[in-house]
Structures are given as C-alpha cells and as structure tokens.
Design a protein around this ligand. Structure first.
Ligand code: CA
Length: 445
C-alpha cells in the first residue's frame, strides 16, 4: 500500500514535470506598421475586407483603450521589447540606418522579452522589421532571438533588395540568420510565409514569434492579388493603402492557419496591434473617431487596434480599461514562467482579463516625445496633452473620445494634478540618446 502510493506520487510528479515543460504556451506577437485605427472591420472599416483579423478579434479580447507607448515606430518597439517606458533609457527617436553607428539603437544594457523567454526554454523567432539599431551589437541575434528572417532598417521596398553596392535603407538585403538574401516574393507575403513556417517547424516546443510586418507603412506598393479586393475604393491613395491592409490581413490569416493546422490554438497566445496610429494625410488611413494621427500624442497617434487571443483560456469579449504595449512583456513572462525584471513598468494583464483582479491595471499612463516637446498623461477618463510645444489641453475621453473640447479652463485642479504626475514621472527619464534621421537626409544615398 505504502509502496504503491509512493510509486503513484513519483509517477504523477514526473508526469506533471514533463507536462509543465510541454504546456508552456506559445506566444505570437504580430505588429502592424502605421495602421490606421479604423481601417479594420472590427474597428469600423466598411471599405477594407479584413476577415482574418476580424476573426482574431471575435475569438479574442479586444482592448478598446489599447495604447502604444509612442506615436512612432522605433520607440514603441523599444518599449515592447523591454516592458519599460523607453524614455527611461533614452530611446525616444528612430535610429538612423547606419551599421557603423554604435549609439543609435536599443541600448544593450536593457533586457529584452526575447532574452527572457529564451532563458525560459523558448525558441525565439523574429520575422520582419527590426528598427532597433543597424550596428552588429544591436542586431536581433544579440538581443535574444535564435532564428530570424528580417531587415535591419525602419522600412523596406516591397519588391526588391540590392545585394551589391551600398543600397539605401529601404533596399538593403533581407537577412536569414545573418546571411543576406534576395527575396522574390512580395515582401508582406514573404514575411507571412516565413512566420507560418516557424510555427510549423516548432510545433512541438514552446516558441515566441515576433512578426513585425512593415505593412501598411510607405512606400505604397501593391500586388494585384490584394488590389483586386479593394478595387471598389474610388480614392486612389486610399485604394493603394487598403491593398496593403489586405496583405496584412492575409498574412495574419496565413499564420493563424499554421497555428490551427498544427493543433496549437489552445496552446498559443496571439497578440496583435499597430506600432502607432495612421499617418492620415500620407496614406489616407483613418483613425476615426480619434484626433490626428502618427507622430502626435492625441489619440489618433497612440490608441491602436489591440487584441489578445488564447482560445480556451481567454473568454472572447472586450476590455475597456486602459492598457499599454509595455504590458506585453510581463504578460508573456508570466504565462511562460520566465523572470520579470524589477525595472519592468508594464503590468501582467492575465489576472485582469480573466476576472481575478478588478480595478485598472494602471493608475496613469504617460507619453513623451521630442524630449518633452509633446507629452500626455491619461488618468481614468481624463487626459492631459501638450502637442508640439502648444498649450496644455485637458480632455474627458469618456464624453469626448475625439478630443474636440479642451476643458482645461473649467477643471484647473485636474490639470494641476495630471501635470504634477507627469513631472514626477518625467524625473526618471533621461534625454534622448540619439536623434531621428532627418527625412531629407534619408532620401539621399
Ligand atoms: Ca510605425
């Protein structure tokens, strides 16, 4: 009797150990680039078909107050990678594309989510846009990724690469695990193809896939099989952009299919968001009902489509309290049984979205751009914003999500409180370590 019990418990301990290693969920983080808030079916688009992303939203949790930590590309990515406000370590601008520049990139003394998950036994894959520094020391291979198919810069031509000479940023070769290559397929399709292959290849072990599409970022270059689906759009500028959103949606569908067909739906957390709002005048993207877009601390610049799906684990629905892209790292490390460094400022969202914790994950959220030229604070329904050195404005986002009515005059005590909170938060920030390349300089060479 005694012996039988011992054997039984030894067996179950062994089984549960094996199970805990095998049952670590896979994590797939899909980032769009410059996607307008309202350009997906589930956020209100009626002219662009996005059935795959709509299905992801319908089977997952849609965060109606989901933010990124910056209104443009690279700083948002630095925040996602570290779970920290990127102004803490000076990553407040886009790094120049220059493999000989050893300053412009995610500081190497910061720990990335890929490093943490890799230490917890994950294979870590990057597909797509890096944009966290082009010098060797900044490359994904040095920042926790074990497999990669990517380009170093902040954007790319969708049809070609130049393997010889000194190509400009958008024409550099793609790289697979450190080796340059020319890719014949339309870039968005190629990134989806590679991401789906990672999923299938690693179906039997826990994997982290960071799929950073550069679509629908400029240049607006389209493939016929995507334009066909938006030919009803009369405005030429929007039609081109819409075809790239279709490409994004089809790419996401390809990866979702790989997950399903590998029987991993119940073992995979999928996160989706855009890195910033749509640049409305550049691409005719829509951020409706939000004000302005990319580059601003108004809602159009920082509130983005934001979804988490984990079939069988997270009940589909919506979550309305403010969350931020910094929350991915601690959410991922928590479900992976990985370490969460004490410096992390994001919050593990799992207890909130599973109903174990009520209340808001964050008392306040903060933004700062241009070293403080623009900043914003959100506290509950209120948001204090100063855009491009203008006056501070106060908005009641519950009553006025479009930020049309500045109520700073009638609520001076709220302005004072939020301003003081910003000053307090800002004390722990440093000056930007590097400046964004000037657009004119970018076009040269
Ligand atoms: Ca972007």
């Amino acid at each position: 009797m005694h012996r039988r019990q011992f054997l039984a418990s030894a067996f179950s301990a062994g089984a549960s150990f094996a199970q805990s290693a095998a049952s670590k969920p896979n994590i797939v983080l899909i980032l769009a680039d410059d996607l307008g808030y309202a350009d997906l079916g589930f956020t209100g688009a009626t002219d662009i078909p996005t059935p795959n992303l709509d299905r992801l939203a319908k089977t997952g949790i849609v965060f109606t107050n989901g933010y990124v930590s910056h209104p443009f590309c690279s700083p948002t990515r630095a925040g996602i990678m570290t779970g920290r406000y990127q102004q803490r370590f000076g990553h407040e601008n886009n790094p120049v594309y220059d493999p000989a520049n050893f300053t412009a990139g995610l500081p190497t003394n910061q720990t990335t989510v890929a490093q943490l998950l890799r230490s917890a036994g994950y294979v870590t894959c990057l597909t797509g846009k890096w944009h966290l520094g082009a010098a060797d020391k900044f490359l994904p291979s040095e920042r926790g990724f074990s497999e990669m198919f990517y380009f170093r810069g902040g954007g790319h031509d969708y049809f070609k690469q130049e393997l010889t000479g000194s190509p400009r940023e958008y024409l550099i070769p793609l790289e697979r695990d450190g080796k340059p290559l020319a890719e014949p397929e339309y870039l968005t399709d190629a990134l989806a193809r590679e991401a789906a292959a990672y999923v299938r290849r690693h179906r039997s072990r826990p994997f982290f896939l960071y799929l950073a599409f550069n679509t629908p970022h400029t240049p607006v270059q389209t493939a016929p099989h995507h334009t066909e689906k938006v030919k009803h759009i009369a405005d030429e500028k929007r039609r081109g952009y819409a075809a790239m959103v279709v490409a994004l949606d089809e790419g996401v569908g390809k990866v979702m299919r790989a997950i399903s067909e590998s029987n991993l739906d119940d073992r995979t957390l999928i996160a989706f968001l855009s890195d910033n709002g749509g640049p409305i005048n550049v691409t005719a993207s829509h951020n409706t009902p939000f004000r302005e877009g990319k580059g601003t601390v108004y809602e159009g610049g920082i509130r983005v489509p934001f979804v988490l799906r984990w079939q069988g684990k997270l009940k589909p629905g919506r979550y309305d309290r403010p969350v931020i892209s910094l929350d991915f790292l601690p959410t991922f490390t928590a479900i992976a049984g990985a370490k969460t460094p004490p410096a992390v400022e994001g919050v593990n969202l799992m207890p909130y979205i599973q109903g174990q914790k009520s209340g808001a994950p964050h008392e306040r959220l903060f933004w700062r751009a241009g070293g403080g030229v623009s900043y914003a604070v959100r506290e509950g329904r209120y948001k204090l914003a100063r855009q491009a050195g203008g006056a501070e404005q106060l908005f009641d986002l519950d009553a006025d999500p479009a930020e049309a009515n500045d109520i700073s005059g009638s609520q001076p005590e709220v302005v004072k409180r939020l301003h003081a909170a910003y000053e307090q938060w800002n004390k722990d920030n440093i000056a930007p370590l590097f400046e964004s390349p000037r657009p004119a300089a970018k076009k040269k060479g």
